[in-house]
Design a protein around this ligand. Structure first.
Ligand SMILES: Cc1ncc(COP(=O)(O)O)c(C=O)c1O
Length: 446
């Protein structure tokens, strides 16, 4: 391809991107014939694998019938079907699904829905949404305001609403200096403290990723954490929104990440794996009570987008969910996840590997300068990018990130391959990481 004719505004204009031409299973092929293992499924997107024929068949079939009808004028068989599939996957009592075209849009929708729900029940002063530091909820201004990642927020701070953030459940770097075996879940108690400071009458919802993805690579709160969060939310009449954009649709080995705790959220935000990347798509799954408050109140959710309930996307979503179920890929994510985590743990022998963690096929590796003190590397080294680039050269795609330790410092990579990955392919993936780490360690020692 002649790059002089390339008018695409890329994320990074200094970077030269290979051209992706084909996807098949866990692999992406570029225009030079190079093959990459999609070790992070893009950004934890592709669950069922690339190039699945059943999905393209469903896509064509729906497009031949109807691709677009505006959600304010029509419903479609496809969206009715997909909503019922998602309700079956979601915890009991979550009975309605609002469709969107991506994760950030879905997060913003959940926040607006929380606000309208409170107003419909006469709690007109409730509007604040509390979130956590070391979190990511999207890049639109509302979702970014909730996100707790200093690097992504800094430039846009003057444009954003200030919203309260609490401490993350980051056991490897406990913000309270405690040990998970003996702590009293001070990180969950921080929610109660913050609700009280803000004024319970003003707080409408709390939003959290059940396991943190982009900003800290598979942070998994200890048992009891969400049970305590749920209790606090109930005590102060605050909705609990589980942002499952990364952790949903089987990624962690259960339908949704929150299913690992004995807790039901009030809303679930899903995207990425919902369509497995075959179309841009998001959804908010809500409990009956929230829908009923609007249905029996004003009757209309004051919200909507051009592509809400898009029939083509919904048909693709149906085909993806059917494929997940037919091939028991959620069970496979749980089972392969165990093998994956064990294989990744073998990398702990590298000096700069501080922590290896994960659930299902959602795993993270955190890098430290010193294993004992857990001191992070200097951000100017850009270690996460260096590791990501070296692995990419060797044909392995990872999702590098930083800022986990204090918003600025901290390096990690997120690994989240498609659920169809085999043991042999896991061995190959981990082998490439091993060689990459050896090479980078040598570079650091120079
Ligand atoms: C937990 C979480 N929420 C929301 C988003 C935003 O989704 P999108 O990029 O589709 O807008 C992301 C994206 O990575 C995410 O990981």
């Amino acid at each position: 391809m002649n790059r002089e004719r390339d008018h695409v505004f890329y994320r990074n204009s200094k970077k030269s991107y290979p051209t992706a031409v084909r996807g098949e299973g866990i692999y992406i092929h570029d225009s030079t014939g190079k093959r990459y293992i999609d070790g992070s499924a893009g950004a934890a997107v592709v669950g069922i694998g690339h190039g699945v024929k059943e999905i393209t068949d469903a896509m064509v079939l729906q497009a031949q019938k109807i691709s677009f009808a505006h959600g304010s004028q029509f419903t479609s068989e496809a969206s009715i079907e997909l909503a019922s599939r998602l309700v079956r996957l979601a915890p009991e009592g979550m009975t309605r699904v609002y469709f969107l075209s991506g994760g950030s849009e879905a997060v913003e929708t959940s926040v607006k829905l929380a606000r309208q729900y409170q107003v419909e029940r006469g709690k007109t002063e409730k509007y604040k949404v509390i979130s956590r530091w070391t979190s990511y909820h999207g890049n639109t201004l509302g979702a970014l305001a909730l996100s707790g990642h200093s690097g992504r927020r800094r430039l846009y701070l003057p444009l954003m609403l200030h919203t309260p953030h609490i401490a993350p459940p980051y056991c490897y770097r406990c913000p309270f200096g405690l040990q998970p075996e003996t702590c009293s879940l001070e990180c969950a108690a921080d929610l109660e403290r913050t609700i009280l400071y803000e004024g319970p009458d003003s707080v409408s919802a709390f939003i959290a990723e059940p396991m943190v993805g982009a900003t800290a690579a598979a942070l998994i709160p200890r048992p009891g954490y969400y049970e305590k969060i749920r209790e606090i939310c109930d005590r102060y009449d605050v909705l609990f929104i589980s942002d499952e954009v990364m952790t949903g649709m089987g990624r962690t080995g259960k339908n949704f990440g929150i299913d690992h705790w004995k807790v039901k959220p009030d809303m679930i935000v899903a995207a990425k794996g919902l369509s497995s990347g075959y179309t841009p798509m998001g959804a908010v799954i809500v409990k009956e009570e929230i829908h009923r408050a609007i249905q029996e109140g004003s009757g209309a959710f004051v919200h909507g987008h051009t592509y809400s309930q898009n029939p083509l996307s919904a048909a693709i979503g149906c085909a993806v969910v059917d494929y997940l179920i037919k091939h028991d890929l959620i069970g496979r994510s749980a089972q392969m996840g165990e093998y994956f985590l064990k294989a990744l743990k073998s990398l702990e022998r590298h000096n700069f590997v501080g922590d290896v963690r994960g659930k299902g096929l959602f795993a993270g590796i955190e890098f430290v300068k010193d294993k004992k003190t857990k001191e992070p590397f200097e951000p100017k080294l850009k270690l996460n990018a260096l590791i990501g680039n070296r692995a990419f050269e060797k044909g392995l795609i990872t999702y590098p990130g930083g800022g986990g330790a204090d918003g600025i410092r901290g390096d990690h990579i997120l690994l989240a391959p498609p659920f169809i990955i085999s043991k042999e392919q896991i061995d190959e993936l981990v082998g490439i990481l091993d060689r990459t780490f050896t090479e980078v360690e040598k570079e650091l020692a120079r």
